[in-house]
Structure formats: C-alpha cells, structure tokens
Ligand binder design. Structure first.
Ligand SMILES: [Zn+2]
Length: 61
C-alpha cells in the first residue's frame, strides 16, 4: 500500500512528499524546490505516533 502523503512546504509553499510511517520513526523529508526539511524531534515521536493513529482513524471514515 502506498502511504505517501503531501504537505505544503513551510518555506516556499511547494509540496513535500512524505511517508507518515517513516516520519514518526524520526526520518526527515526535504522540499524538492527549496530543500527545506521537515521532521520531528525524538521528544515529539510519541505524540506524533498518537496523532498519526488518530489521522489513520479519520482517513478510514
Ligand atoms: Zn520549499
């Protein structure tokens, strides 16, 4: 299953493709346009995983 998602780049407004499962594991992803990175800190991982769980529940509905 393809789990790739897109979020707007906070720097240039372009699209950053990311895999939420890798994101919550601490991977960083980069904007193709301006090379800005997105990612989460170790302290945020637990919170992010909870948020992602909620997100996945929402997607099913
Ligand atoms: Zn960008």
């Amino acid at each position: 299953m393809n789990t790739i998602n897109k979020i707007p780049c906070p720097n240039c407004g372009g699209q950053i493709l990311f895999d939420p499962q890798l994101l919550v594991q601490g991977e960083s992803f980069y904007c193709n346009t301006c090379n800005a990175s997105i990612g989460i800190s170790n302290q945020s991982k637990d919170q992010a995983q909870k948020a992602m769980h909620q997100f996945n529940l929402l997607k099913k509905n």
